[in-house]
Unconditional design. Structure first.
Length: 457
């Protein structure tokens, strides 16, 4: 356990994980300072979560404060700013909230990373572990910071912590030690932060760094980058595939999800659930979740109960409305090309896609290929519209819209009865919206207006 009493700790970034880190450090007797480039008016109610006695340095950063700290706790969204570089040069230890919190939990830790499917798989594993009756925390990048599990039943030896881990969070791990670690996939994303795909994959692979031979690494055998990134891991590597039968691990057949654990007979689980039918990427997520939960101690019956109880998450190909023969889907969580391709590939209806936002450095050619098969048209918004237009225009009709409201109006005009209008942006939201949830809210409100007008006509 990390000794914090009397130490000078600087928390950089006051998102939810930063607030949780400040609370944890203060509770352990540290002298805590928090800093954020935003000022108090921009941070608003977030500051209410800070403990009494915490020093605030807002509206910018002080090099002197960084260099004077005993420990810096870095929020995952903070890049390598000059003040941080100066602190590293001065020998100041730098960690992240997830690594910090892991020092104070003694529960079974399950961690899930990957470019796509992290939130679905993390939630599904959480449902399976809750079915065991053990106190279970589900969070990390998904929502609640791991620091919020400290000093709760889920953080004690009998409990379970199921954590979604982003590449940004994994950049600062050292002793973070999951009993079961899952790598779902590695596809083009965050290339505005990483120099190349190998660097991005290496950040993901840090999830396995502190594992031992007694632990498990669950890996997608159909993903070459994931397999390459996990060569030489110390833990036992167990594969899953939604495309072929495996002698050990997880796979699908015509009618079931199949789990073959070491020295066990094959286990069969339902593959006929609505959110699984025809959704190969979700079948892969379910296989990974089943493997993780079984190796973390869930029985076959408990894993099955969690699978059957699972409800698809918000903003992940969620049906919003159906009017005039056109279905409207919110897939605002589709923030990179591979996520959108996976969601649309084999889609049951012709698609009018609403896409665009802040470009993340990926290639839109795979999206063009998919839309050439399933697309009716594309409506583009945001900063990436020019780049996307250049890639998509030969595959299907493309129009531009200056706002989400006008994009929905344009999509409805382009859609025919039997089509689907799908918001799946393949980009981040930060050029026009606070986050992907805000983008979804604006989309849903615009859809509601279109639907109300059609039903009144």
């Amino acid at each position: 356990m990390l000794a914090l009493n009397g130490k000078s700790v600087l928390v950089v970034g006051l998102g939810r994980s930063g607030i949780a880190a400040a609370q944890l450090c203060a509770a352990r007797g540290a002298r805590v300072t928090v800093t954020d480039k935003r000022d108090a008016s921009a941070l608003g109610a977030a500051l209410d979560g800070l403990p009494a006695g915490v020093t605030r340095e807002l509206g910018g950063h002080s090099r002197e404060t960084f260099v004077a700290a005993d420990l810096i706790v870095l929020s995952p969204g903070v890049p390598e700013i000059p003040e941080l570089a100066a602190a590293r040069a001065a020998g100041v230890a730098v960690t992240g909230e997830m690594e910090l919190a892991s020092r104070f939990v003694s529960s079974t830790l399950i961690a899930i990373t990957g470019t796509n499917g992290k939130s679905t798989t993390t939630t599904l594993v959480g449902d399976m572990m809750r079915a065991t009756g053990r106190p279970t925390f589900v969070g990390g990048n998904l929502g609640e910071p791991l620091a919020e599990a400290v000093a709760t039943p889920a953080g004690d030896a009998r409990g379970v912590c199921v954590v979604e881990a982003s590449s940004f969070q994994l950049e600062t791990v050292d002793t973070f030690h999951p009993r079961v670690a899952v790598l779902l996939n590695v596809t083009a994303d965050h290339l505005d932060r990483y120099p190349d795909m190998d660097a991005y994959a290496a950040a993901k692979a840090r999830i396995f760094g502190a594992q031992t031979a007694d632990d498990f690494a669950v890996v997608n055998v159909e993903d070459p980058l994931a397999m390459r990134a996990t060569q030489g891991v110390t833990s036992r590597r167990i594969g899953f595939s939604s495309a072929r039968t495996l002698p050990e691990g997880g796979y699908t057949d015509e009618s079931a999800l199949v789990i073959k654990l070491p020295d066990h007979a094959p286990e069969r689980y339902a593959n006929s659930l609505p959110w699984l039918v025809g959704q190969r990427h979700n079948q892969a997520n379910a296989l990974a979740a089943l493997l993780a939960s079984r190796m973390a101690g869930a029985t076959q019956a408990e894993a099955r109960a969690g699978l059957l109880a699972f409800q698809p998450l918000a903003h992940r190909m969620e049906l919003v409305a159906d009017a005039g023969g056109v279905a409207y889907y919110d897939d605002s969580k589709g923030t990179n090309v591979s996520a959108v391709v996976a969601a649309l590939d084999g889609f049951a209806r012709p698609v009018v896609l609403i896409a665009g936002g802040r470009d993340k450095g990926g290639d839109y050619a795979p999206l063009a290929a998919t839309l050439g098969r399933v697309g009716r048209a594309a409506v583009l918004i945001g900063e990436a519209a020019d780049k996307m237009d250049a890639s998509l225009r030969d595959a299907l009709p493309v129009v531009r819209a200056p706002s989400m409201e006008e994009a929905v109006e344009a999509a409805r005009r382009l859609a025919q009865p039997g089509d689907a209008v799908v918001l799946s942006p393949a980009c981040s939201s930060f050029d026009m919206f606070r986050d992907y949830k805000h983008r979804a809210d604006v989309f849903r409100a615009a859809v509601a207006r279109v639907v109300a007008r059609e039903r009144a006509a």
